[in-house]
Ligand binder design. Structure first.
Ligand code: NAP
Length: 413
């Protein structure tokens, strides 16, 4: 067969055939006196081998090595066998990936089919997490945030990495961290180790005041997290040049580096001050909130702008007197839930996004398992009676000055 005929039969270009021969995937082909390559049956066998193996993804180097060994004769049979076994291992890895991709495509297609029939597009999630019927809060820019996530305040890097990885594997899709927690790199590692696709994670972080005038602060946070965008970016405190910090958020929002933005601890006069200067209305505020302190005043302002509340210290930072309130014990018995689960469900029914912190895998699992019961209006009213307007954390202007001057030691690796 001439090279032209081989090309036509196998739908391959002459350049590719010549390349395969040059790098040793096909042994040298004899040529006519005029220099035209003439492929024997044995050569055709090598061509078929090359096409088959390359289309399965085997490397040029591996195939060339195989051909080289073959040409050395029978003494290389064990080495040839080993090489093929190596190739087989690679194919198995690839097959598994194809299988997973196929399952994912099938799942997406089935979601779209269902949506076409019902008019409702269900939450997209990898296979192992589909049992969780996540609920979402729709933000004032149309983005959606899962109602329950995991917080990482005061978690050492190894703890944060472990909590984030395990939480994502068991079905969480929202993570809250902050530059000041000095665990962003660890959170990024946990995300990657979980195997959950980036687009299935709602990631929230915060800039600390020392970085409010640092033009590169957002890039540095993204670099630490190992991602090219976050789903929610806060300024952590109304301290220092916080307006400049907010402008960094707005720029990140416009550049697509933050899908939504937020203000953290902006209670009191700060929202009114910010309102005069904002170009983008924030999507979230993160503040202390729990049944002892429900932020009733602040919520009136938030409703005006469609800003959603994400509660920190949702379990009173683990305070026993809150968790052991008799009303939670009673409701826990009724719904077969722990008191902490009842409290977290109360948060979501208040319309809050909630991010309990934990380094205990059993607590992390329990805290997610709150979406299969609903407190009645009467029960919500009973819990409302606990609101004493009392916070756990009291911030002073002096502390805000201290925050502005503090430079956390962000992780370097
Ligand atoms: N923006 C801000 O300024 C700010 C301030 C504070 C917090 N935050 C954010 O909000 C998140 C939540 O706050 P937080 O972590 O300080 O307080 P929290 O969620 O109210 O309480 C955390 C404490 O509760 C315990 N806990 C968790 N789940 C439990 C369960 N099911 N049963 C019993 N105990 C349980 C944890 O202990 P185990 O580890 O033993 O589970 C931990 O000691 C933080 O992680 C952080 O992301 C933001």
């Amino acid at each position: 067969m001439t090279i032209k005929e081989v090309c036509e039969k196998y739908e391959i270009t002459a350049d590719t055939l010549r390349y395969y021969e040059r790098v040793g995937i096909i042994p040298p082909v004899t040529r006519t006196k005029g220099g035209i390559r003439c492929y024997t049956d044995a050569d055709i066998g090598w061509v078929e081998n090359a096409i088959c193996m390359r289309s399965a993804g085997l490397s040029v180097e591996m195939l060339a090595e195989y051909v080289r060994l073959f040409r050395e004769g029978d003494s290389t049979i064990p080495a040839r066998r080993d090489l093929l076994m190596e190739a087989r291992k690679e194919i198995i890895v690839r097959l598994k990936k194809y299988q997973e991709t196929m399952e994912r495509l099938d799942y997406k297609i089935s979601r779209y089919n269902e949506a076409i029939q019902t008019g409702v597009l269900k939450w997209d999630a990898p296979k192992e997490r589909r049992d969780i019927q996540m609920e979402f809060i729709t933000l004032n820019n149309g983005q959606r945030c899962p109602v329950i996530g995991i917080g990482t305040f005061m978690l050492k890097p190894a703890e944060a990495e472990n909590s984030v990885r395990e939480a994502l594997k068991m079905g969480y899709s929202c993570i809250d961290t902050a530059a000041a927690y000095c665990n962003e790199r660890a959170v990024g590692r946990g995300m990657r180790e979980s195997g959950i696709a980036r687009e299935d994670i709602f990631l929230s972080t915060k800039l600390w005041p020392c970085d409010y005038e640092n033009e590169n602060a957002v890039n540095e946070t993204l670099e630490r997290l190992g991602t090219d965008y976050v789903d929610l970016l806060y300024i952590h405190q109304p301290a220092g040049n916080w307006l400049s910090g907010y402008k960094l958020l707005e720029k990140a929002y416009k550049d697509g580096k933050a899908k939504s933005i937020g203000i953290s601890n902006f209670e009191g006069q700060y929202i009114a001050e910010l309102e005069k200067k904002w170009e983008v209305v924030p999507q979230f505020i993160q503040v202390e909130a729990h049944p002892y302190f429900t932020q009733s005043e602040l919520r009136v302002t938030l409703d005006k702008y469609g800003i959603k509340l994400m509660s920190w210290y949702p379990l009173g930072h683990g305070d026993k007197s809150l968790i052991e309130e008799p009303v939670f014990t009673k409701l826990g018995e009724k719904y077969k839930k722990s008191s902490a689960q009842v409290i977290l469900r109360w948060h979501t029914q208040m319309g809050f996004a909630v991010i309990p912190g934990s380094k205990n895998v059993d607590h992390i699992r329990d805290n997610l398992n709150i979406l299969d019961f609903t407190l009645t209006d009467e029960e919500m009213a009973e819990i409302a009676k606990l609101d004493k307007g009392v916070r756990y954390y009291h911030r002073t202007e002096e502390q805000l000055k201290g925050f502005a001057a503090w430079h956390p030691e962000f992780e370097t690796e």
